[in-house]
Design a protein around this ligand. Structure first.
Ligand code: C2O
Ligand code: CU
Length: 461
């Protein structure tokens, strides 16, 4: 099957057979009988991680990164995108540091518009959080230095928090990995940044082709590549740091082993299906035993698991003799969840529906919001109720939260997150313990929902 046919299949929701090896590449340039378009047959691109950011500070506990945000033209799934990028790459450079490091990021804004960087999931001082609530963005031509000390380990990311829906969609995002000395060694560690590209759909699908509600079928890319091929050593064990940076697209991985993600290694390993909404991350353990594909089942914000066939995201072609690795001993604690203290300190109810393009929290739309306060260094319980007609990946700045319960059921083990998907009708109870003062944003990470008002503020005086 040709790459073009594969892309068409992807765009049309067709299913590529899960384990059939791709056709060998040929040099022929067949002409499609129906369109007369000449297409080259190209092999699947090899999976490549986003290039890492260079640490310009030789001190062992200090990391200095220089980023320039500027317009950038690049190729995605065979079409040209006039986008924006950090240091001329999409995804932007992966920032890698260890817990305890002091990180300085100098951002030069060579864009025609103001911008900021928000460190999604990292606990940074409020004036380093990249929000424009009572702070100015970085004007075109200006340079700003972000500085903070890393207190957490895990898989995080960075993106603008000004005109966010547009700026992220244009290509401004990157992974931020905080390592822990206790991280076990694996054969390979990969960073997989997933995004969706509506532009590529438009280029390959005629206007009469409908995908059903909420565009459940899209062109997904991994590190900017459509359906790349990963060739780990046969029998190797890898840690995959998976990030969903799509503005609206959900990943629904049918059967994976999740070892952690947003807060480092989880209290317990979780085997099973994984729903990863916009903004969400997970670390997976992957044993490369046989050729397969990482697929996503269709999933729509308007109603969860959706009609359609699985979409291949990445093919896996283990290579070489079996190296017979065993999974490492992940440092799971087995910790039990905290018992729900019972009271509700903050209640946020999500309302809205797409037909009216109206999305609210407690009947209010950002920036016209009532601001609850919660004291520093004190436990508080946040209750979220989703009474709207869509799912919402809830994200809170400035602090992580522990999931106490979802619809009254406590998780089997302690579960720490900064982004939590709320299916329709769900009530989730979260325990927070703020350690930094600030006006912390709380919002849906479906960026058009946030842009249309589904965002509020939590004040920690
Ligand atoms: Cu990833 Cu308020 O953002
Ligand atoms: Cu939402």
């Amino acid at each position: 099957m040709t790459r073009l046919a594969l892309l068409l299949l992807l765009a049309c929701g067709g299913k590529e057979t899960d384990s059939s090896p791709p056709d060998p590449p040929t040099d022929s340039a067949p002409t499609s009988p129906s369109t007369g378009v000449t297409t080259a047959t190209v092999p699947a691109p090899a999976l490549v991680d986003p290039a890492p950011a260079e640490d310009l500070d030789p001190a062992p506990d200090a990391v200095r990164i220089e980023l320039t945000a500027a317009p950038h033209t690049f190729e995605v799934a065979g079409q040209t995108v006039d986008g924006w990028a950090y240091n001329g790459q999409v995804p932007g450079p992966t920032i890698r540091a260890k817990v305890g490091d002091t990180v300085t990021v100098q951002l030069t804004n060579d864009l025609p518009d103001p911008t900021t960087i928000h460190w999604h999931g990292l606990h940074v001082p409020w004036d380093m959080d990249g929000v424009v609530w009572m702070q100015d963005p970085i004007a075109p031509g200006e340079v700003f230095e972000y500085r903070f000390t890393l207190t957490q380990t895990g898989t995080f990311w960075y993106h603008p928090h000004f005109d966010t829906e547009r700026q992220v969609d244009l290509g401004l995002y990157g992974a931020f990995v905080v390592t822990d000395p206790a991280d076990p060694v694996v054969d390979e560690e990969r960073v997989l940044v997933f995004d969706t590209w509506a532009e590529a759909e438009a280029a390959t699908v005629d206007g009469a082709h409908h995908h059903g509600p909420d565009a459940t079928v899209r062109t997904w890319t991994v590190n900017g590549l459509a359906l790349p091929e990963w060739t780990p050593p046969t029998g190797s064990v890898s840690r995959l740091r998976v990030l969903n940076v799509s503005n609206t697209g959900y990943l629904h991985l049918p059967s994976v082993r999740q070892i952690g993600g947003e807060a480092g290694i989880a209290a317990a390993l979780v085997d099973g299906p994984l729903v990863l909404g916009p903004g969400d991350r997970a670390d997976l353990e992957w044993t490369a035993s046989e050729p397969t594909a990482l697929t996503s089942l269709p999933y729509a914000a308007a109603g969860g698991p959706a009609w359609g066939e699985p979409i291949d995201l990445l093919t896996v072609a283990p290579a070489g003799a079996d190296i017979g690795s065993a999974p490492p001993a992940w440092p799971t604690t087995g910790a039990a969840p905290t018992a729900d203290p019972g009271q509700t300190d903050i209640l946020w109810v999500f309302h809205g529906e797409s037909a009216a393009a109206s999305w609210m929290i407690n009947g209010e739309q950002f920036p016209d919001v009532t601001i609850p306060q919660t004291p520093l260094d004190t436990d508080a319980v946040v209750e979220l109720r989703n009474l709207s007609a869509a799912e919402h990946p809830f994200h809170l700045h400035g602090m992580a939260f522990e999931v106490l319960s979802v619809d009254g059921v406590a998780p089997p083990h302690q579960r720490i997150e900064d982004t939590l998907n709320l299916p329709i009708g769900t009530t989730a109870r979260l325990l927070i313990h703020p350690r930094e003062s600030g006006d912390w944003m709380a919002h849906c990470h479906i960026l058009p929902h946030a842009e249309l008002g589904m965002m509020t503020v939590l004040r920690v005086p």
